[in-house]
Design a protein around this ligand. Structure first.
Ligand code: 9QG
Length: 153
């Protein structure tokens, strides 16, 4: 991962929820989005969305959604025209209630590579062209400490 600031790079510290901000310069191959946070003690779910516009009702190219309710799992999906696509799921939970985490999304040509606490967790193949993604949205049962946009051409 190249720790080169993206154009227009501004680290954001302790942003309030819901977080819904433009991705500086837009999404690009080679970019990494680096999120530090703490899962709530009573975390049920949180979500990170790569959105097409600020919304409301913006299409979502990639919805990342860890869930402690039911069988602990992470759900991955996209939404277009208000309709969810086919869910991908992984029945594994890389987050711990009450614990800090580092969550990295690496933007690769074929997929979003999700890395949690340094361990590769999932690869979500692009469904919408990554160039359409303009906004990052975060909400749910967590506290955000920082969001950084790194690298990319
Ligand atoms: O449940 O699943 C992802 O496939 C839906 C959830 C929805 C998504 C979706 O209700 O929750 O996780 O915007 C929403 O409602 C999100 C937060 C079949």
């Amino acid at each position: 991962m190249a720790f080169v600031p993206a154009p227009g790079y501004q680290p954001t510290y302790n942003p309030t929820l819901p977080y819904n901000q433009p991705i500086p310069g837009g999404l690009r191959i080679g970019m990494s989005i680096y999120i530090q946070g703490v899962a709530d003690e009573k975390m049920q779910r949180f979500q990170v969305n790569f959105a097409v516009g600020q919304g409301p009702g913006a299409d979502i190219a990639f919805h990342f959604n860890p869930r402690f309710d039911g069988w602990d799992k992470v759900v991955f999906n996209s939404q277009q025209g208000g309709r969810w696509g086919d869910e991908e799921r992984k029945r594994s939970m890389p987050f711990s209630k009450g614990a800090p985490f580092e969550l990295v999304f690496m933007i690769l040509a074929e997929h979003y590579k999700v890395v949690v606490n340094g361990d590769p967790f999932y690869e979500f193949r692009h469904r919408l062209p990554l160039q359409m993604v303009t906004h990052l949205q975060v909400n749910g049962d967590l506290r955000l400490q920082s969001i950084n946009f790194l690298g990319g051409q």
